[in-house]
Design a protein around this ligand. Structure first.
Ligand code: ADP
Ligand code: MG
Length: 676
């Protein structure tokens, strides 16, 4: 029985070499080949010869009405000529130095000729020739590489379609196809590759995009259901004890914090595994929410882990949480890569025997040697900094531990739903009371002395400031050099009145921690830093963020950097120094000035850069769609998501005959349920 899952080697003419070459394009099965869609189409729509201008690039469909004549002249030069009947006109077609075309030109057969029009001689100097193309107006252009050429892909797809079109089953349920007037799968695949005109290509793409999003969402929701049905731990903490702890927090939780704490705690008590994304803009107070979940976990006798992307952040969390849990029986341990062997061994022992019940750390947490006594809750901070794999590795450290992933990455809500469709989502959409929006100003380079004056005035009021040095083309060494130079300039300018500190990625951890601590203790007032301070660093007394060459940073990064201030009661400021050359750079600066809302910033970012750049990175866990564009096609995604949800929640949907292709599809993807 033929199946779309057949390896490509089943196709005529595909030997081991071609199999290997196709693999480089991600093509292994016939289905891979058939869904290897064109990147674009050459438009072969015919030109009207009556109105064609001299030297115009034209395309005509016609019938060959003379035997092709080939002449050779000069050194290896050839000229192929034949007459062509195009509508009522007879024109001459000539091709130079493409002798191999001769076999494609057959008397009384149809061809498509493309080339440059010579009006006086009624002649086309041809560049391209297609034979037997059935009046197809659109020529598919495929993404190729050096191993596999366009022509090969085109030929193989044709063969695959000829041999397998009869076994292309439609996946989408009939009611959805009718509702949106989508094509059946066979027609869709045909028209993606061989559309008869632009209209057909467009209709096929519409179906393909919907199908792609629908299948993706169906998989995500199937995973989510599977997680829910699997046994997870049930964290039955004592409610009064948890309330007692919450009372010790020195501030009142915001309404949004209370809501997400409830959502999380409800999950903890359930017998299934929690899989939740906590989204909240920078400064919205995610850490304390995490602390409450951790406390609930620990009072029921489980361990908790918190993984952060940098050593600075891990150290800061460990310190902060040790303070929050002071006087409780939460025993906080820190595990990072740079600890010495002895420290590490002690820590690993404590984690294994359970004396350490809260472990804060970096990637070091997911290394093989780390064994937990009974991990009940795993939290990933700034989760966009980690890959999907690392999230999974942490999950494997326990038996179905509850997972809480936290992120401030301002991706628009709808997009978050898309890319994290297998997770439940909690959103903190409110900043703690008393926060005043950060005032952002954009200064030109020749105004930087004003920035310094402003800094001085702020310092005089007892505030502290950050100064971020420019980013140099991905070279850490140069970044460090820059920060060091800037540090010297600032030290000359501000010391001895104010102490200036320096923080960059090449410092060792003790140094970094010391500087951070001095800044927190207000022994340092001016902190000159590279982007190592980008994530998470928290000092509520810092009120100014001054960023040099701000146009070198992306919007998301600028927003994160700005989020380092405005974390306390005082009015805070962000000063951007930049002379952007590009329009896009100017728009980025304007966006920062106009809004402090992370979601708005994110939306702008998407509009300015397009989804390819924002979502393209595998790190973010956002899949690369073949056809659909998660930004431009956002509406389609939303509809597909809701349709997939409706289907999967219909009782016995998987028993119905018409859904068997979908059930089979899900089964096949069971082992690759993650999209990485
Ligand atoms: P983020 O969400 O960016 O991780 P943090 O958890 O670091 O934010 O919180 C930012 C600051 O706000 C911290 O200093 C924290 O103690 C403080 N904070 C958090 N929640 C509240 C609240 N409800 N009221 C006042 N301050 C709060
Ligand atoms: Mg944080």
């Amino acid at each position: 029985m033929k199946s779309l899952q057949d390896p490509v080697s089943k196709l005529r003419g595909v030997g081991p070499k071609t199999v290997d070459n196709l693999k480089t394009l991600g093509i292994e099965t016939v289905e891979d080949l058939l869904t290897y869609f064109p990147a674009r189409y050459d438009d072969f729509a015919p030109t009207n010869l009556e109105t064609a201008r001299d030297k115009q690039k034209i395309t005509v469909h016609g019938t060959v009405v003379s035997e092709p004549m080939m002449s050779r002249f000069g050194y290896r030069r050839t000229r192929l000529a034949f007459r062509l009947m195009v509508g009522r006109h007879v024109v001459q077609a000539v091709y130079f130095n493409q002798p191999y075309l001769k076999s494609h030109v057959v008397l009384n057969h149809d061809v498509t000729v493309m080339g440059s029009w010579n009006a006086a001689r009624q002649e086309i100097q041809g560049t391209k020739l297609l034979s037997n193309n059935n009046q197809q107006e659109m020529g598919a252009i495929y993404p190729a590489n050096k191993n596999v050429h366009q022509a090969t892909i085109r030929k193989l797809i044709k063969i695959a379609y000829q041999n397998y079109s009869t076994v292309i089953a439609t996946l989408l349920p009939i009611n959805l196809r009718q509702r949106y007037q989508l094509l059946d799968r066979k027609t869709m695949i045909h028209d993606m590759h061989f559309p008869k005109d632009g209209q057909a290509a467009k209709a096929a793409r519409r179906t393909a995009a919907y199908e792609e999003f629908f299948l993706f969402q169906l998989r995500l929701q199937a995973i989510r259901r599977a997680h829910r049905q699997k046994d997870g731990n049930q964290i039955l903490y004592n409610n009064d004890e948890l309330r007692g702890f919450i009372k010790t927090i020195p501030f009142e939780l915001t309404a949004a914090q209370k809501r997400v704490v409830n959502e999380i705690c409800r999950d903890l008590r359930q017998p299934y595994q929690m899989n939740r994304l906590l989204q909240g803009d920078v400064g919205s107070g995610k850490t304390i929410v995490a602390a409450i979940a951790i406390y609930a976990t620990i009072i029921d006798g489980y361990q908790a882990a918190l993984m952060a992307p940098t050593e600075i952040l891990a150290a800061q969390h460990a310190q902060k949480l040790a303070g929050v849990f002071d006087g409780t029986h939460v025993n906080v341990g820190l595990l990072t890569g740079s600890m010495n062997t002895k420290q590490k061994r002690e820590m690993l022992n404590g984690i294994k025997n359970g004396t350490i019940n809260l472990v804060v750390g970096t990637h070091a947490l997911i290394q093989d040697q780390v064994e937990f006594a009974n991990l009940g809750l795993a939290i990933i901070d700034e989760q966009h900094r980690f890959g999907v794999h690392q999230r999974e590795q942490l999950r494997m450290k326990g038996e179905q531990p509850d997972i809480l992933a936290m992120t401030a990455t301002p991706i628009p809500r709808t997009l978050a739903i898309t890319s994290y469709g297998e997770m439940d989502i909690s959103v903190i959409d409110e900043l703690p009371a008393g926060r005043q929006p950060i005032k952002t100003t954009w200064l030109k380079e020749n105004q930087s002395s004003e920035a310094l004056k402003f800094l001085k005035a702020q310092l005089a009021t007892g505030a502290q400031v950050y100064v971020v040095s420019p980013l140099i083309e991905q070279s850490e060494a140069l970044d460090v050099q820059n920060a060091t130079d800037l540090y010297q300039e600032f030290a000359e300018y501000f010391e001895p009145d104010y102490k200036v500190g320096l923080l960059h990625g090449r410092m060792d951890n003790d140094q970094k921690e010391q500087v951070m601590q001095d800044f927190k203790d207000n022994k340092i007032q001016v902190m000159v830093a590279t982007t190592v301070i980008e994530v998470g660093v928290d000092n509520p007394n810092a009120t100014v963020m001054l960023i040099y060459d701000a146009d070198r940073f992306g919007l998301a990064q600028l927003h994160q950097l700005r989020g380092r201030v405005g974390r306390g009661q005082r009015q805070s400021y962000c000063l951007l120094i930049a002379d952007p050359k590009s329009e896009e750079g100017k728009k980025r600066m304007q966006t920062m000035v106009e809004t402090t809302d992370g979601f708005v910033v994110a939306q702008r970012d998407l509009e300015l850069r397009g989804s390819g750049d924002v979502l393209g990175s595998k790190q973010s866990g956002i899949p690369d769609f073949k056809v659909g564009d998660p930004v431009a096609d956002l509406k389609i995604i939303q509809i597909a998501r809701s349709d997939a949800g409706t289907l999967i929640n219909t009782p016995n949907w998987d028993q119905k005959d018409e859904n068997q292709p979908l059930v089979y599809y899900l089964k096949r993807h069971e082992l690759t349920t993650h999209f990485d």
